[in-house]
Design a protein. Structure first.
Length: 405
């Protein structure tokens, strides 16, 4: 796999020999990444590719600095060369991810296995496109300058995770209408590409977070519903090991889902299970809600306000899980967000308390789990876009590939 900064179109599945080789290289990388380390014999058996083809591919990937050799597997009494497992070189490729949010933006650099190498952050009252482009420009310069020189050429792309239709939330974020209306005509992907020397990709921020759980999460799930609780709550859907975003890219946008309240009426999930709701309660009580966005690791929130918000969020999400499970038979519902891990644990516990009270007649209740990526899931998920599109094949691809080089 020649390492350059050209864009690879994932829809081209090999109409010529060059395309087939690129596909097979990504297939090998996908399998090695999934299984941590594999020998060429095992890969040949899993894919249906010839041993000679796999050998050529792995030698090239090793020469490109993407694969490395492990210790030989020596079998006592077996004649011939020992098999050598190959694994990914963690910094064989690097990826930027930008989380563009309503209250803050994060720019991260990750490696192939999802380790965050660098992170810069900016908070604000509301998002202004010019300021964010400036933040990204300076952030890229700062992070790249701090990298060893031999790694700077291994940056393979930048992914953006941002809410779609930002202009619809002017009142909610307390922004001037004209500022938010400017987002209607702002092509953020093009604007970032203008200050970025490598390919740029774009996805809804909650879908990106869901993608981070799929690519880097430790749960190993193939069908799950995902909730990310940020300024507003959003979500994502994974089916058969692939992120499903739908024609508009908004599949799993769980915020508008109506859920019943204790008073007997209904409200949108976004009104009861978003951090914005907690922020309003803090402000109303005379507190300073802006501190919520300073750090997701340490929240200094009145315990009564926090516990009430957790209970309401847990109850609302439980109802959303029931409604979603009536459409798709999910293995699990995964919960993550911009908060300390102990808050995530408390929300999951609240959901589990409320679920038994609900009617699951005719459907199976999915398991409720904590997310394993954490509060940076949106930025890490954005960074996984160039990783997935340039170096991996679709998670649902059959391992018995008929592609040959």
């Amino acid at each position: 796999m020649k390492f350059d900064n050209s864009t690879i179109d994932p829809s081209h599945r090999g109409s010529n020999q060059s395309g087939l080789r690129a596909y097979n290289e990504r297939l090998v990388l996908t399998l090695v990444r999934r299984h941590k380390a594999l020998t060429k014999t095992t890969i040949a058996r899993m894919t249906g590719l010839s041993l000679q083809t796999v050998s050529v591919i792995m030698r090239q990937l090793e020469a490109d600095g993407l694969l490395q050799r492990g210790e030989p597997n020596r079998v006592r009494g077996k004649v011939g060369q020992p098999s050598i497992p190959m694994s990914l070189v963690p910094r064989g490729a690097l990826f930027f991810g930008l989380k563009l949010g309503r209250r803050s933006s994060d720019l991260v650099l990750i490696d192939v296995i999802g380790t965050v190498i660098a992170n810069v952050r900016r908070t604000y009252r509301y998002p202004i496109a010019d300021d964010i482009v400036d933040f990204v420009r300076h952030g890229l310069e700062q992070i790249v300058a701090d990298l060893p020189e031999d790694q700077r050429g291994r940056i393979a792309g930048l992914g953006i995770g941002m809410p779609f239709q930002l202009w619809n939330w002017a009142e909610a974020v307390g922004a001037p209408r004209q500022v938010m209306d400017s987002w209607r005509t702002t092509d953020m992907k093009a604007r970032i590409a203008a200050v970025c020397p490598f390919p740029v990709y774009l996805q809804n921020d909650a879908s990106a977070a869901c993608g981070a759980e799929l690519v880097f999460g430790k749960a190993g799930l193939r069908n799950f519903l995902y909730f990310y609780i940020g300024y507003f709550i959003g979500g994502g859907v994974v089916l058969n090991g692939s992120l499903y975003t739908g024609p508009s890219g908004n599949a799993g946008a769980l915020g508008p889902m109506p859920v019943p309240t204790r008073g007997g009426d209904s409200r949108q999930l976004i009104e009861v299970a978003s951090i914005a709701t907690l922020a309003r309660a803090i402000d109303a009580a005379g507190g300073i809600s802006s501190e919520l966005w300073d750090s997701p690791d340490q929240w200094n929130v009145d315990s009564e306000l926090l516990n009430q918000w957790i209970e309401n969020a847990g109850r609302g999400i439980a109802h959303a899980i029931v409604a979603s499970a009536s459409l798709i038979d999910f293995e699990a519902a995964v919960i993550d967000g911009w908060f300390p891990s102990k808050v995530r644990t408390a929300i999951v516990a609240a959901i589990k308390r409320y679920l038994p009270e609900l009617d699951f007649t005719g459907i199976e209740a999915p398991e409720v789990r904590e997310g394993t990526v954490g509060h940076h899931a949106r930025a890490i998920g954005a960074a996984s876009l160039p990783l997935s599109l340039r170096f991996l094949v679709d998670q649902s691809t059959s391992l018995k590939s008929s592609q040959v080089a």
